[in-house]
Design a protein around this ligand. Structure first.
Ligand SMILES: [Fe+2]
Ligand SMILES: [Fe+2]
Length: 208
């Protein structure tokens, strides 16, 4: 008798990320926190259920290349040297290399998102410096959720910001972050979805 197997891409992505990030500190949880934020942004952009799900898988796996970084770079509490920063930037292309050969369209998409999630809408990002709509949509969505999560998280060199300060910084910018880094449509979805995003972080539902 044939045994039916269903391919649950979410379970596969989750297991892949959990395994890859076993020694990466908070990186697995970072992807898990970002997934519902990306769901919310994608839904507000008017995308359908399959596209929303695909972007969620991309969010779970976007930093998988960090598993290739030496601990001296990944966990360095202070400022990175130029050479260490170059190594850190390689988590994008390394992540792409880790995901590109599975032969599943959602993981192909996750490979592209891993490669391009640090590109900026104004062209000032890495690794390729592409701009605007040339950046794949999942990477444009992840870019906003990524910065929000980084701002809300405590690091050895900085405290966690509260929701209002994080939203204000993303929408208004500071000496490091500018609204020009982000797709204006995603930024608008973020601004309008901000109360729901605050709830995801500050009032998580039990079991999530
Ligand atoms: Fe990253
Ligand atoms: Fe990230």
């Amino acid at each position: 008798m044939a045994v039916e197997r269903s391919l649950d891409i979410f379970s596969i992505a989750n297991g892949l990320a959990r395994q890859a990030h076993a020694n990466d500190g908070d990186t697995f949880e970072h992807g898990c926190r970002m997934r519902p934020v990306c769901d919310l942004l994608a839904t507000r952009l008017g995308l359908g259920g399959e596209e929303v799900g695909r972007i969620g898988v991309c969010a779970l796996l976007h930093d998988i290349g960090k598993s290739t970084l030496p601990e001296t770079v990944l966990f360095k509490p202070g400022r990175l040297t130029p050479d260490e920063y170059r190594q850190m930037m390689e988590h994008t292309s390394n992540g792409h290399g880790m995901l590109r050969d599975f032969g599943h369209p959602w993981l192909d998409c996750a490979a592209d998102a891993a490669l391009h999630h640090h590109e900026r809408f104004d062209g000032g990002g890495y690794p390729h410096g592409i701009a605007g709509l040339a950046i794949p949509l999942p990477a444009r969505v992840i870019a906003v959720a990524d910065v929000y999560d980084a701002l809300r998280s405590e690091r050895p060199y900085k405290p966690a910001l509260n929701h209002e300060k994080a939203v204000n910084l993303i929408l208004r910018g500071d000496d490091r972050t500018s609204p020009s880094h982000f797709d204006p449509a995603v930024l608008a979805a973020f601004e309008h979805g901000a109360p729901a995003i605050r709830q995801l972080y500050d009032e998580p539902v039990a079991g999530n």
